[in-house]
Design a protein around this ligand. Structure first.
Ligand code: HPA
Length: 248
């Protein structure tokens, strides 16, 4: 079953016909909220708002372990993460949608593994390619079917937040090879891999990264909101098409 983790600007899915909500208890504490079960075009999906349904949980306080564990325990096999980012690569201007293919992790102090408790033996997951390639391809196909442009790859820098970056930090992550910057991509992707979920992301560029383009003199949250509303409508359209693609 497909699960969707919605980020800022996507706390609900308009085309989701909700059938039930379930509070899932996990060994890692509380997920961001009850899981919402429902159907999109008659296909069952699970939805979870990463920051809580009232958008009250900041990126560094999201319980990523509880969220991924809860989705897995309710038989999700595939997870699409929707997450806002700042664009660094010149073509990643506000309003662009991207399916990233790589990650650099700059987060710090987050609970980032299921293997830190004594009840599991240590395992080193392969994370060479952090996103599930099959789901990435399906997302790109869904976008093409929906008539929405979506950039086919890029490196996602996961920063700690909740503050935005300095211009110098953006220069540094760009030198490292990052194309976009967000605050929630890790440890979510790694935990999904650890627990065996096929995980991919739609990154929604809602602003130029700090010091770049229209953000040369600063980032205005009001501008972000307007871009985000429009872009999330396109994300919903892509998700509607994703659920109806057959197979691969
Ligand atoms: N930086 C980090 N996270 C973000 C940004 C950004 O510029 N925009 C949206 N999420």
């Amino acid at each position: 079953m497909l699960a969707i983790i919605g980020g800022s600007g996507l706390t609900q899915l308009s085309s989701l016909e909700v059938t039930r909500r379930k509070v899932v208890r996990t060994p890692y504490g509380e997920p961001s909220g009850a899981l919402t079960f429902g159907t999109i075009r008659n296909t069952e999906v699970i939805f979870l708002a990463r920051h809580g349904y009232g958008h009250t949980i900041p990126p560094h306080e999201v319980n990523y372990r509880a969220n991924t564990w809860a989705l897995h325990s309710e038989e999700a096999s595939d997870v699409v993460s929707v997450a806002s980012v700042g664009g660094i690569r010149p073509d990643l201007v506000p309003g662009t949608l991207v399916v990233p293919d790589q990650i650099i992790d700059y987060t710090d102090g987050r609970k980032s593994t299921f293997f830190s408790t004594t009840d599991r033996s240590v395992t080193h997951i392969d994370f060479t390619f952090p996103y599930c390639e099959q789901l990435r391809r399906r997302l790109l196909k869904a976008a093409a079917t929906a008539g929405e442009h979506m950039a086919a790859g890029g490196t996602y820098a996961a920063t700690q937040g909740p503050r935005l970056e300095t211009a110098a930090e953006i220069n540094r992550v760009e030198r490292d090879g990052a194309d976009m910057v967000g605050m929630t991509g890790m440890p979510e992707a790694a935990l999904a891999r650890e627990i065996g979920l096929c995980y991919a992301a739609i990154a929604v560029v809602v602003n130029h990264a700090a010091g770049r383009g229209a953000s040369a003199t600063g980032i205005r949250l009001t501008d972000i909101l307007a871009v985000s509303q429009n872009a999330m409508a396109r994300v919903r359209n892509i998700l509607d098409h994703l659920v109806t693609l057959d197979g691969d």
